[in-house]
Design a binder for this molecule. Structure first.
Ligand code: FES
Ligand code: FES
Length: 238
């Protein structure tokens, strides 16, 4: 082991090689000399994985593309910027609220790849598209502003929230609607919308805090719109 460390210092043995030798040495002393060849061949059979190329980004702003509400937009973001911050401060999409800024209240909920996601806990860079070698496509983000149609028709869940008075101060409402609408769309794509249960609604909004206590109205709105009795003009269909 001492010899191996000496080789490592001189560059002859890699850190991984040293650890493998140390491991096989310990294993060999436990298994006995008769087992040594098998242990060695097993260690030798595991090739070191090729190191992935590392691309450094930042610390200053870098140009990226974001795909928000079906549109590709250019932005300059720092690696530390959260998606919530970029949506509000750079793109002017202030419907996404920041309450706790630490993943506890759900006010900042948006969809990333169609999945409800706390935007305050998501680095904008993680959803951004980058150009050039090793670049990648931006991941689709949907905010409350993108939930209604281009013609201004509300999503059935938005409509039901209005019809059932499922908001008071409204601060939690965009995040609450995004969580509910994701559940609505998932059940609809499964052909299970009419079977939506109160438990499923409660589970979907478990991460959305409402200090005004509108939960009973939110549940009622969801159940009624799922059964096609949302009482709003778009209830149950779109
Ligand atoms: S602001 Fe993101 S979870 Fe509270
Ligand atoms: S409506 Fe006020 S926090 Fe929910």
């Amino acid at each position: 082991m001492v010899a191996a460390m000496a080789d490592s210092d001189s560059g002859g043995v890699s850190r991984r090689g040293f650890l493998i030798q140390s491991g096989t040495g310990s294993a060999a002393s436990l298994l006995g000399a008769a087992s040594l060849p098998a242990v060695r061949s097993s260690a030798q059979a595991a090739p070191a994985p090729a190191a992935a190329p590392i691309t450094e980004i930042g610390p200053g702003p870098v140009p990226v593309q974001l795909q928000v509400n079906g549109k590709t937009v250019a932005a300059r973001i720092e690696p530390r910027d959260t998606l919530a911050h970029v949506l509000r401060e750079q793109l002017g999409l202030s419907g996404t609220k920041i309450g706790c800024d630490r993943g506890a209240c759900g006010a900042c909920t948006v969809w990333v790849d169609g999945i409800p996601t706390p935007a305050c806990m998501t680095l904008a860079l993680d959803v951004a598209g980058t150009a050039g070698k090793g670049g990648r496509a931006a991941r689709p983000v949907t905010t409350i502003e993108g939930l209604s149609t281009a013609q201004g028709t509300l999503h059935p869940v938005q409509d039901a929230f209005v019809a059932h008075d499922a908001l008071q101060c409204g601060f939690c409402t965009p995040g609450m609607v995004m969580s509910c609408a994701a559940l609505y769309e998932r059940k609809r794509s499964q052909g299970q919308l009419a079977a939506l249960s109160e438990g499923e609604v409660r589970e979907a909004i478990a991460g959305n805090l409402c200090r005004c206590g509108t939960y009973p109205h939110v549940v009622r709105a969801m159940l009624s719109t799922a059964k096609g009795t949302g009482n709003g003009k778009n209830g149950g269909s779109r």
